[in-house]
Design a protein around this ligand. Structure first.
Ligand code: GAP
Length: 498
């Protein structure tokens, strides 16, 4: 985290006012990396016909969140210190003490656990109070008089359900249809911790795939059904099963995944994590056992990644049935059914929802790409895949004089016009500039030197050096071919000379 802050990836929000935790800003290179992760998600999840993107409001009237169940149920179990009044997640305190999961336990069980384990206030060691529920939403109010209660949205999904009917009609009124969005969500976490992993303002990438429940299939599945992913199956009776490489078809046949649609979403998430450079053996798809499922769910699969904090859930894929649309239809008294031509009937579509956290994914990308000093470099650096690195290349004049800087700046302009993301740096020794580029994971450095200038009139035109990040090797390339070559290298993921 220190490195991420010092390199300008992340910044603790409102830091100079010593604020409460759980808020992070993204710095200059962090915001680009975050945008690239989101764009990669869009490229995979939102480019097929019928997969559409919206951007809905982040303030929602209370009625919406009463219907969705968030006002009543979106709460964490909390205990308050009887003396210093600090509040803690009861399940987290027990997890730290017993090294076992207490997720989903009721306050009575947690109370009993706290007593049995003899847990005291972590801050002042006094007795802890009775465990109760604390709602996680940030309340606000709408209008000058503040008389209309509202909340900051706790997930981006609700906006999609609210907009569903209009988007459906505007886009041909046919199922299936998928609506996604990328945006901020807010949860007033009792104990924000582990940096980006549990924060109070974060971003999600969510897709709702609306379909006719009598067609539990998705176009294109047959082509990818043989692809293998790492799955942690639910226990078979009392027997715990190990992580296994299984094909998507096998996972559906064994009932680990409720249908092909959810399997297809697993495939897309696997593809996304591969393209973000997260090592295949560092993540798995955990099938949630039936007794852990919410009452409306017909299947949940979590994407879990092994990090320095242990395994963290970065995404949940859920078969939410018609729960959300039915609730909104009931509470708003609006007709949210759609007409299904083939069956000549109206129905409320079912939904499979892949819901991924941007910030947790960002953290996993940072951790996977991190390389300590040593092994060829004296500095810590990041080995991002070129397609998501904050910049494709740094453009440097060897010296800040003799016209080398003018040539370098001209190259910057040409590369930017050709769609290559580059930055310019002229101060410091060339070695320092190479190190700085490595430190933020830039895959290529282009240097304009005296040979560029002196041999400007040679056949084929002047050349520059290109330095590859991972092996530090260099070679000369013609300026006239630079844009095309860099775009090719980024696409191919080339990070070494040979
Ligand atoms: N619409 C379903 C939904 O929101 P969720 O499991 O509560 O499901 C989905 O959230 C993802 O959002 C999580 O897997 C995680 O990556 C991210 N997320 C949830 N709470 C978070 C928090 N406090 N800080 C950072 N990311 C969070």
């Amino acid at each position: 985290m220190e490195l991420a802050v010092s390199r300008g990836f992340l910044l603790p929000s409102a830091e100079i006012y010593n604020p409460s935790g759980g808020f992070y800003d993204y710095g200059p290179v962090g915001s680009v990396l975050k945008r690239r992760i989101q764009d990669e998600w869009r490229r995979l999840f939102l480019t097929e016909p019928g997969f559409l993107e919206i951007e809905s409001c982040t303030v929602l009237p209370q009625a919406v969140l009463v219907a969705s169940g968030h006002v009543e149920h979106f709460a964490d179990p909390v205990t308050e210190c009887t003396k210093c009044k600090q509040r803690f997640r009861a399940d987290h305190l027990l997890e730290q003490k017993t090294m076992a999961s207490w997720a989903g336990k009721q306050p009575v069980e947690l109370n009993a656990g706290i007593v049995t384990e003899g847990i005291k206030c972590p801050a002042c060691k006094s007795d802890l109070g009775v465990v109760g529920w604390a709602n996680l939403m940030f309340p606000t109010s709408i209008g000058a008089g503040g008389d209309s209660p509202a909340y900051l949205r706790p997930e981006t999904a609700q906006g999609i359900f609210l907009d569903f009917k209009r988007v459906f009609i505007a886009n041909g009124a046919k199922l299936p249809i998928a609506i996604g969005q990328v945006g901020r969500s807010y949860r007033n976490e009792v104990s924000p911790r582990q940096g980006l992993i549990r924060s109070r303002e974060f971003s999600q990438m969510e897709l709702e795939y609306f379909f006719n429940p009598s067609v539990q299939k998705i176009d294109g599945f047959d082509k990818i059904a043989g692809e293998k992913v790492r799955i942690l199956p639910p226990a078979d009776g009392d027997m715990k099963l190990a992580v296994t490489d299984a094909s998507l078809r096998e996972a559906v046949d064994k009932n680990w995944f409720p249908n092909e649609i959810l399997a297809y979403m697993v495939y897309l998430e696997d593809k996304l994590y591969r393209s973000l450079g997260i090592a295949h053996d560092k993540y798995r798809f955990r099938v949630m056992p039936h007794d852990e499922l919410p009452h409306y769910s017909k299947g949940n699969v979590d994407l879990e990644v092994e990090t320095s904090y242990g395994f963290i859930e970065t995404s949940g894929i859920a078969y939410r049935t018609d729960f959300d649309l039915s609730q909104h239809a009931k509470f708003s008294k609006q007709d949210l059914t759609v007409f299904v031509e083939e069956e000549k009937k109206r129905l409320i579509p079912h939904v499979v929802e892949p819901s991924m956290g941007v910030d947790r994914t960002f953290w996993c990308v940072l951790e996977s790409a991190y390389r300590p000093a040593g092994a060829g470099k004296e500095w810590e650096w990041f080995a991002f895949p070129p397609s998501i690195a904050p910049y494709a290349a740094g453009i440097f004049p060897l010296m800040r004089k003799d016209g080398l800087d003018d040539i370098a700046q001209k190259i910057v302009g040409e590369l930017r016009s050709a769609g290559v993301d580059v930055y310019y740096a002229q101060s410091g020794s060339i070695g320092k500039r190479y190190a700085r580029a490595d430190e933020i994971g830039v895959p290529y450095c282009i240097t304009v030197d005296y040979e560029t200038k002196e041999k400007a009139n040679e056949a084929g035109g002047p050349t520059v050096t290109i330095r590859y990040r991972d092996d530090g090797q260099q070679e000369r390339l013609k300026i006239s071919e630079l844009a095309e070559k860099l775009l090719q290298f980024v696409k191919a993921g080339k990070v070494r000379k040979d």
